[in-house]
Write a protein that binds this ligand. Sequence first.
Ligand code: NG1
Ligand code: ZN
Length: 524
Amino acid sequence: MSINIETLQSVASQYPLPAVKFTYGTAGFRTKADLLEPVMFRMGLLAALRSKATQASIGVMITASHNPVEDNGVKLIDPMGEMLKDSWESYATSLANCRAEDLGSALEAIVKETGLDLNAKSCVCLARDTRPSGLKLAEAVIEGAKCIQKDYQDYGILSTPQLHYIVRCINTNGQYGEPTEEGYYRKLSNAFLKLQIGDQAKLGVKVDGANGVGADKIKQLQKYLGNSVNISVFNDGTSGKLNDKCGADYVKINQCLPEGIRVQPHEKCVSFDGDADRILYFYIGKDNEFKLLDGDKMSTLIASFIKDLLSKANLKLNLGVIQTAYANGRSTEYLQKSVDVPVSCVKTGVKHLHHKALEYDIGVYFEANGHGTVIFSDVAVEKIKSYALLSHIRSKEMSELLDFINLVNETVGDAISDFLVIETILNRKGYNLNDWNSMYSDLPNRQLKVKVKDRTVIKTIKAETETTSPEGLQEEINKLVSAVKAGRSFVRPSGTEDVVRVYAEAETRSLTDELAYAVANKVY
Ligand code: NG1
Ligand code: ZN
């Protein structure tokens, strides 16, 4: 079999390139939706080739996550539900910028270089978030995939992590779960219900759905949870705009309540982002202050829970936590000193965290913004299983840990799965949000976005904690930081927006804000 170049070029001519250079970045391609049809067509082609190369189903997720509704984007999902392999990211970038008339030879070059078999059976699985542009963009992906092969599966509207889950289920012949949206709810809710203890009051939670896909999906989940949980969904897309003054990104950056939700002191609230792969908890304290429990708070809670189960069962597994430079300094200190686990800091971007987490038997990774999960190595799962079966003393904790593994979407950060994970731990520890928040106190912190002419002039090293260019910038930052108690600050170019991000933390709110603005001034 070979690629039918004539058909390809006639279809491709309907998808001419705009005058824009596209780069497959940390979150795939992401930009204004009206520029993306040609990219989607080309990603359909690439996903089909990747599927043949891996002889497995490949996912294509159409989303721009927390970005405005006018934007859209696309990411490819590899067979085990993980991010696209690095070496294929460069194929993605070159195809996305390839003129219609050159596509045939570009595809043939990929076939040759990778040695893939064009006769291999393949399938592209696609889904999209709720953006109105998604439907048309999905059609372009399908047109691309069909130029290579006829099989594709369109799952319609799903959260990003649901598609990751489904791809993994398909490629493990159902071992990871049933490869359907219902299968996803069933797997998570079964594990959740098994793990609940005590006769605690019915769990009530208010969900800020960011006017996105997570709002509907959490309503679906509620049906599987019966009376155990009472979820009230706000910002469910019926009136507000996607990610507009709501959602996890807005809440994290502004450190305030999202609009569209009324909250009484101590009510439990969570915020999802636009494609439901991030979650944050928040509440109003008795002093009426806004309290945020972010990704760092989640990783500390999860790591200490797992550590506890392992030590009760006297099972020695290598447990580690992965963070980025955005992690609050106090969380790192707490993890190292109180939970007593190794902590690594890696570059921003989920794939960096995920890769590092694979080095541990059990790796817990979270970005401070609420994106994260836990991954369990095969070695860990086997040991836990054997402990669960063989020893009477250890079996209880290890059976619980096995149920806990079923609660986790190991493929990627998942707002819904993380919600059930956190609720399970809170239930088992008998904690409310205030108890959880009191495990350690965050240093006040501030993130700013600075618009510059060319953000790529900023080059970073040491997991993005220091700059090497422009010359002299790091020295200026060092000077400012050294004058502030518990000060830390860094700058880096965003991979998803045309801005430079500035982060600062310090002993007090006012010192933090002064530091952040002073550093931002050096970036202009
Ligand atoms: P950039 O724009 O590169 O900072 C943002 C988030 C990342 C990650 C990606 C993908 C922050 C500071 N950055 O990346 O953590 O989630 O988007 O969506 O939150
Ligand atoms: Zn997202």
